[in-house]
Design a protein around this ligand. Sequence first.
Ligand SMILES: [Zn+2]
Length: 568
Amino acid sequence: MTPTQAKTGNRGVTIWLTGLSGSGKTTIATALAERLTRQGMAVEILDGDEVRRNLSADLGFSAEDREKHNKRVIYVSKLLMQSGITVIVPLISPYRAVREFARKELGRFVEVYVECPLEECIRRDVKGLYAKALRGEIQKFTGVSDPYEAPDHPEVLVRTDKQSLDECVERVLDAVSEKGYLASGSPHGGVLVDRRVSGDDARALREEASRLPGVALDAFGLNDLYMISSGAFSPLRGFMDRNDYDSVLENMRLSSGLVWSLPVTLPVTAEESKRLGGAARVALRDAGGRPVAVLDLNDIFQVDRKKEARLAFGTEEEAHPGVAALYKRPDARIAGRVSVFEDIAPREFADEWHEPRDTRAIFQKRGWKTVVGFQTRNPVHRAHEYIQKCALEICDGLLLHPLVGETKAGDIPADLRMRSYRAILQGYYPRDRVLLSVLPAYMRYAGPREAIFHALVRKNYGCTHFIVGRDHAGVGSYYGTYDAQHIFQRFAPADLGITPLFFENSFYCRECGNMASSKTCPHDASRHLTLSGTKVREMLEKGELPPAEFSRPEVARVLTDGAKAATR
Ligand SMILES: [Zn+2]
């Protein structure tokens, strides 16, 4: 290891795009670089023409000169990789031997064959070079007057005359991620998904969607669509098909083998499903009937809602809010990749609104190598503060990540909670070590399975650690107090890619004179200050502040004000 490697812990990778002039290497390289940069990776493109001008102005296009030039590029790639940089090389590199040399020399190497028939490259002739070569004005032009040796076994083969740019980029990202070449701290599955399109592409899709058969999204569907499209649900690129759905329910893994614990599916009514017969693409519409996305339809299937309830929630009882929500939806599902062309972000808390790519960038800017995520749908009382600060003793930063999507009746409204979080952060947390940001998802109340789900989602937001407390994402008495912790034992740490931190119930102990848990305090419960949720609610409604050992007065005041406003 060089000193730089030791510092960053990254070893870089070279993505080598070979193919004829005009095959689309540079276009793919640029789109690829944009995607990787967006997820916080350091990327350099060594573009053929530019590198040649700066590095090899002395060289021509003989076989010998080409080899020399390619070897210089390989040398520079190696240097960049040693600094943990992802190097993208769009280079004709017509000779197999040199590419094999690159593979040996660089080690972490992904060869992408950008295939495009010569006739198509000649038709495109972006730089006007083919016309000149065909007139004999350029000698030794690859494909015309010099050979191109196509790779026998490239890691990726893309056909730019047949596949869209998006598809080509996804193929490359999949390969790089499957090889495990993406830096640690990568999103789940390796790549931060982004299924949003803008500009001309969005205009074209909007136009197309107006002519497609449509499906109405319910509030959950629209929310899931947003979470998928922003990358929060990476590696999901759309709604699950039957294979993924069954595999997730039965094994808590996608059919690819990646850990995933809860179904993310798109219900349609029987009538809608009938109308879609044979359609390849479907317009997804919001509550107002406005098309917001297009789905590439690859599966229509029926689910057994009772079975889903039993496996995902551990109960078939309709009293369970997650089960009730499931039973309200029809039982047909449609599946496929989505492309979102309207802004569907439910931006409620603009100051604390950070998408996965944003939180990742913030963590990087602040130099946080380890970040612990804290999921909450409650105010932060002293017990939670204690747990967060225990975690903050061992991590560089804390992402306080309250869920602000739909919760069940009786939970404290999100705006009131947000005020309480701001109050406690202001008074009691080091400003430069905490980020308060909202998670716009809805609660599923799936207990243990949702704990895994919450952890993976936080991994996508850039967390390396995740706090799992008692009865995480639980409701009523459907789950055992520590079931949500035990479920993590079923997965190898590398399969999860985020480290769970387990905490017991904590409290203020009068004898110890501090916050503690059964792990750290030897005294019996009579010495512990504990208040039931019901008791606290009663106090707040009467305008009484709970003891400062239970709740910071700043937080309690926000909550009593809220309770008073609610009863008025
Ligand atoms: Zn004690």
